[in-house]
Ligand binder design. Structure first.
Ligand code: ATR
Length: 273
């Protein structure tokens, strides 16, 4: 059987094996999809071993998305702009890398939830790998302005520079959050919900009509979405839909067909409740 896998550290609780198995049975495509834990020092070797033993495609999750990009012989436009790869496909000349995270987020918002992203003034909180993965796709989706704020300001500046659209993409200091007015959409791309110091955001950023999006799901999305609720945001979205949609995009790259994501999302969100 064709072999696929997700590489991460940790990866034990990844939902990707379940999601890909569900897509495979839906479309009648036989394949194997494993979760492979590799510490950063072992990632390159583990991926090479996977290729030597018949691995055809890999999803890459934390903390390997930047390392994966560096190992590719060919990069898709979205991976290059994001500076991170979450989908690798084995070709005769090596791994080809793509990034489906951003398009996954945009599909979840615009297709599943029928939210129009055009002309939105968007605040992106965080400037790590997750933020870089979604920023290009948000810009492509037609948002009006992207404001990037990160605890470490240099990383926000670097993200903004990498987008190459100085008229539309701006960085600001965390301390300036109070002076930025309100946003139509706030995206939490920090890892704060996964432990560590709490996220400190002022309520002046949001109105009832602000769309609040956390790229994490489950417990990790709890603190930001609770903040958004306290700030009065009526529409609050976690990253489970994005996870399913990015998986569908990866699946389509590998198998040439895009699965119906609705039943898979429904079963995972029922389980999460
Ligand atoms: P990921 O791949 O999830 O993006 P990452 O690349 O380590 O992980 O990035 C984590 C992001 O969360 C960074 O933007 C980080 O801010 P710094 O660059 O200043 O480290 C942000 N972050 C983590 N904990 C945070 C907290 N308590 N408050 C604010 N930002 C936080």
């Amino acid at each position: 059987t064709a072999r696929y896998a997700v590489f991460g550290h940790p990866v034990l609780h990844s939902l990707s094996p379940r999601i890909h198995a569900a897509f495979g049975s839906q479309l009648g495509i036989a394949m194997e999809y494993a979760a492979i834990d590799a510490a950063p020092a072992d990632f390159e070797r583990a991926l090479a071993h996977f290729a030597e033993t018949g691995g055809l495609g890999a999803n890459i999750t934390l903390p390997h998305k930047e390392a994966a990009l560096a190992l590719c012989t060919h990069l898709g436009d979205r991976a290059r702009r994001a500076g991170a790869a979450n989908t690798l496909t084995r070709h005769a000349d090596g791994w080809h890398g793509e990034n489906t995270d951003g398009i996954g987020l945009v599909h979840d918002l615009t297709e599943r939830r029928r939210i129009d992203l055009r002309s939105r003034r968007v605040l992106l909180v965080g400037a790590g790998g997750a933020a870089r993965g979604v920023a290009p796709a948000l810009l492509d989706a037609g948002i009006d302005e992207l404001w990037v704020v990160n605890r470490t300001p240099e990383k926000a500046d670097a993200l903004v520079d990498a987008m190459g659209e100085p008229g539309r993409v701006h960085s600001r200091y965390w301390a300036d959050l109070r002076n930025l007015g309100t946003f139509d959409m706030i995206v939490n791309a920090t890892s704060a919900g996964r432990g560590g110091a709490p996220l400190e955001l002022p309520f002046t950023l949001a109105t009832a009509r602000t769309l609040a999006v956390d790229l994490s799901y489950g417990e990790a999305a709890g603190p930001f979405l609770a903040w958004a609720q306290a700030a009065g945001c009526e529409t609050r979205v976690d990253g489970l839909g994005m996870l399913v949609e990015q998986a569908a995009e990866s699946f389509a790259i590998w198998h040439g067909r895009r699965p119906d994501t609705d039943p898979v999302y429904a079963s995972l969100s029922a389980r999460a409740d």
